[in-house]
Write a protein that binds this ligand. Structure first.
Ligand code: NAD
Length: 731
């Protein structure tokens, strides 16, 4: 069995079928690329073949390139990885150019064999770049199929000719959202956007493609004809010039300049537009190599693609039989419980949603109704689907309805006593095999497990708010949590299509533990007289989605006050955030609680729209004459987070740096360009990181003290991913 096979029928149409062995979706490997190339050679050389169809043996066309290939090429290329990557990329261009030219005479454009791509479903990345090199793209009318070039989402850009071809096919303006935002379309929309050529009923896909192949169509691409003009104008044309000025501003506005792939993509588009097609491909390959050589792109690929997928597939799942959830009980139908019920029912799981009053339980269920109604308005959900999903949720006050549940997720008030009572009430009606999970943010799992009849079956499943949007779920093992409970939590998270990390039970677990020092560092700087706009902009310019002050507004000042009080009570004399509390408590006293009160570190208009920073803040905490430089502010904000991540690793809260990196990006948006805290430390290098910590400690205090692990790594010249390679199997 091979990934590509070819069959020629009696009418002389050779059908090349892509069917990656052992995978549910086709992915391009080095071997399969060589195989496709050979088959194209054979078909072009065979006089019996009049034309070619490239299709898939699966119900989708292809998911893209196997990104592990890029990492392995870099590794294999010894001292000159850039050359290795460039040569590999150019080999891909030659192959696809061979498809595109299909044996035509280079001078007259005569001859050649028509090649159609027939896509039964989803076609992503190189799965669309191969079709773009063909002469006509047919797609089955499958509204669920996704067609596009999402490379930018993992820190690269389409490097198998997709960038150059799409810009030449659509013009830079129309191609921009597809390339720069990785926008995916269903077949009808992809046709309307001009990406593909025909949408046909699924049952007629191959017949339509064959009909076209045999119709002696014109196959020369516009850019291979004399007098070709780029749609919308080349960069030196007045219209084209405007596009590039706008695109460049947009890219910098959106990425704050921290994503090398976006800049490189734009350069490849701009420079490529100035030269003939084959030259443009070479430019694309050079910029692609440039991006692949940037540590940011390898870190992003590692965290957001390879390791994210490994974790989703259960990289850290203990040995245990299948623990798929059939019936989940959600206790507490408030903000979190309502969201947990929604994502569970959407995954087809039967849900019992319990609250203390029927009204509260119904209100929780209505969150799902509202979500589905929104989907209907956007034509993404049908009435039948709505009925089916709502039919899965039983909103009630009756604990007896929990009978038969194999998982409970408790999301009642954050109170040990309330949670203990709920645990007991639940366990009175569920079977001894049922796993009990708590969604607590701040209470120790081991402590809460004391209320359980069987602490081995007690675990933390910590969702982030809003549940339906946030991709990460933190699974927390208490001291006595057993492997079946961990497997249950992981299998459940997989069912609801989120990404899990598994951590041990310490204050604030992992994500909140790292995000709180980020917020505190921002507030501390306000107290010191650092210009608030500098704090916020420094954070955004280093790739944080929200500045620390905006983040407090979003999560609310009163929550911050509550956490600060509880932490202080627990830590006693060791508590060192008094200066932060001064500002936070003052804000609380001013009744500026954040977005929810339409007043916080920022000012808001009557409609709740955020305006600028609130000027009362600097009236209370005047801006100092001497302002720190941008890098100092950024380092304070980043080190506050990453040092906490390192400490979590040292203390064994984190057991796997992959989880630390993936969890940071998905959980609180830690500068995605960096690949996560550990990847960032690897990029700057342990010796520099340790030196910087020493300087920050001297200037700002003990919270920046170099952790022993980092010091040791600095002395030994180690990196996290090398040192922990054994644990980080897939990295
Ligand atoms: P919430 O106040 O919105 O909801 C709690 C719900 O539990 C209420 O509807 C209440 O009526 C119900 N409830 C209380 N006691 C009950 C009982 N004995 N039996 C049945 N129902 C009962 O709170 P929330 O924000 O949804 O938080 C719930 C839990 O999730 C807390 O443990 C919290 O720490 C945790 N959490 C919250 C967030 C967040 O951002 N809000 C994020 C992660 C985790």
């Amino acid at each position: 069995m091979t990934d590509f096979t070819m069959k020629t029928d009696a009418d002389g149409v050779a059908t090349i079928t892509w069917d990656t062995v052992g995978k549910s979706m086709n992915v391009m490997s080095r071997e399969s690329m060589a195989l496709l190339s050979d088959l194209i050679d054979d078909a072009l050389a065979d006089d019996a073949v009049k034309g070619i169809i490239i299709t898939s043996g699966k119900d989708t066309f292809a998911g893209g390139m196997d990104l592990n290939v890029l990492a392995s090429i870099r590794e294999e290329s010894g001292d000159n990885p850039a050359q290795g990557l460039f040569d590999f990329t150019m080999a891909g261009h030659h192959m696809l150019r061979k498809v595109e030219r299909a044996g035509m005479d280079p001078k007259t454009n005569k001859g050649g064999k028509p090649i159609a791509a027939a896509l039964p479903g989803t076609a992503l990345g190189i799965g669309l770049e191969v079709p773009l090199a063909c002469h006509r793209i047919f797609a089955a009318d499958n509204p669920k199929a996704k067609i596009g070039l999402p490379e930018i989402m993992v820190g690269i850009f389409p490097g198998a000719g997709g960038t150059t071809r799409l810009v030449r096919k659509l013009g830079a303006m129309a191609a921009s959202p597809l390339l720069l935002e990785g926008k995916l379309n269903n077949p009808q929309k992809a046709k309307a956007a001009g990406v593909i050529d025909e949408v046909v009923p699924a049952g007629e896909l191959l017949a339509k493609a064959k009909e076209w192949v045999l119709s002696e169509p014109k196959i020369v691409k516009p850019w291979d004809e004399k007098g070709y003009k780029m749609p919308g104008g080349a960069p030196y044309h007045p219209a084209g010039f405007m596009t590039f000025v706008g695109a460049s501003a947009m890219v910098n506005g959106k990425t704050q300049g921290v994503y090398p792939a976006a800049k490189a993509l734009l350069s490849a588009v701009y420079e490529g537009a100035l030269v003939p097609f084959d030259q443009a491909l070479k430019i694309e390959a050079r910029w692609f190599t440039n991006v692949l050589m940037n540590p940011s792109s390898s870190a992003m690929i590692r965290s957001l693609f390879i390791n994210k997928e490994a974790l989703e597939k259960g990289a850290n799942r203990p040995e245990a039989p299948d623990q798929k959830v059939k019936k989940v009980g959600v206790i507490g139908a408030g903000m979190m419980g309502a969201g947990i019920a929604l994502v569970s029912a959407l995954a087809g799981i039967q849900v019992v949603l319990i609250d203390s009053t029927q009204e509260a339980a119904d209100k929780g269920k209505s969150y799902t109704t509202a979500h589905l109604d929104k989907g209907i308005a956007r034509k993404k959900v049908t009435e039948e689907k709505k009925e089916a999903v709502l039919g899965l949720i039983n909103a009630t006050t009756d604990y007896a309805a929990l009978e038969g549940c194999d998982l409970i997720v408790e999301a009642v008030f954050e109170d040990v006593g309330v949670k203990a009572e709920v645990t007991k009430n639940v366990q009175a009606v569920t079977s001894p095999d049922c796993i009990f999970a708590t969604n607590t943010s701040t209470l120790p799992i081991t402590e809460l497990a004391k209320a359980s009849a069987d602490p081995e079956k007690f675990i933390g499943i910590h969702f982030f708010s809003p549940v339906d949007k946030m991709l990460l779920v933190e699974i927390i093992k208490g001291k006595e949590t057993g492997p079946v409970a961990v497997a249950k939590a992981l299998d459940y998270v997989r069912q609801i299509k989120k990404t899990p990390i598994v951590v041990n039970d310490e204050r604030f677990f992992y994500a909140n533990r790292c995000i709180i020092p980020y917020i505190n560092e921002g507030i501390r700087m306000v107290k010191e007289g650092v210009e608030p706009a500098l704090i916020e902009n420094a954070a955004k310019l280093v790739g944080m989605p929200l500045g620390p002050l905006q983040l407090v507004d979003e999560t609310s000042v009163d929550l911050g006050v509550k956490i600060a009080k509880a932490t202080k009570a627990a830590m006693g004399d060791a508590y060192s955030d008094g200066e932060v509390d001064e500002v936070l408590f003052w804000m609380f006293d001013q009744e500026r609680l954040g977005r929810k009160s339409n007043a916080g570190f920022y000012a808001y208009d009557e409609k709740g729209k955020r305006q600028g920073l609130w000027d009362g803040l600097t009236a209370q905490y005047p801006v100092a004459d001497d302002q720190p430089d941008l890098t100092t502010v950024q380092h304070r904000l980043l080190f506050a987070q990453v040092l906490e991540a390192v400490r979590a690793l040292e203390e064994g809260v984190l057991e796997d740096i992959r989880e630390g990196d993936v969890g940071a990006i998905l959980g609180w948006g830690f500068a995605p360009w960096s690949g996560g805290p550990f990847s960032w430390l690897d990029i700057i290098g342990a010796p520099y990181a340790a030196e910087r910590c020493d300087q920050l400690t001297a200037a700002f205090g003990q919270r920046f003290k170099t952790p022993d692990l980092l010091r040791e790594m600095a002395d030994k010249g180690q990196s996290f991913y090398r040192r922990f390679e054994q644990d980080a199997k897939a990295a």
